[in-house]
Design a protein around this ligand. Sequence first.
Ligand code: FMN
Length: 208
Amino acid sequence: MKKQFFNTPDKVKDIELWGFNWLEYVTAVPAPLVLLTGYKNNGLANATMDSWFCFSSENDFYCIFGSVNKYTHMYEVAKNQKQLVINFCGKDNIDKCMLTIENNGYDTDELALSGLHYHNGSKVNAPVVEECFLNLECEFAWEKPLFDGSDHFVICTKVVNVWIDEERYKTDPFGRYGENGYLYNIHAPIDPETEEQIKSRYGVIKPL
Ligand SMILES: Cc1cc2nc3c(=O)[nH]c(=O)nc-3n(C[C@H](O)[C@H](O)[C@H](O)COP(=O)(O)O)c2cc1C
């Protein structure tokens, strides 16, 4: 039987929601996990984990980030440098990518400190992470606050160059999916009736 949920149950008010609405955890729609990279104002490599984004395409190909916190270095990078790279994490490099959250000092090269290697983009001035099988070089297009006074911005970028490991599309047409392909963020699903919540997990896509 399908049930409806809109009011926040009392018990949920005791759960740490980390700034998200509780319906985020009821729906728990998985989204790909990426590492956004760019150069900070001091020229050092910045890295930000992100999984709130989607793509759009009309003639050009765009990536729209739905929730960039204005207090992150990435917001500064997007606003000031106007260039960034979207690096897709796989299960073999996710631990190093996640390490960049701990190695988040302004005066550090967050990629080198986390054991990741990179070269510069060919169309944009931003780091392309070698361990990631797909990298999208992007230019800033526009931004808008999520709502008036929000700390989160919707940022649209235009994809201007794509790097993809040829093994992913030559040897196996489904090489982008399955065990070694795109990694998804399964964000702490909650049972809306018992308010039981499980920890966030990573997932992969299995083509049917
Ligand atoms: C799975 C995952 C997804 C995330 N998605 C976002 C996101 O969409 N927007 C955001 O602002 N922060 C997001 N974060 C938090 C940032 O990655 C984190 O605050 C990071 O340290 C910011 O780095 P920076 O200050 O170098 O930009 C996410 C973190 C994780 C673990």
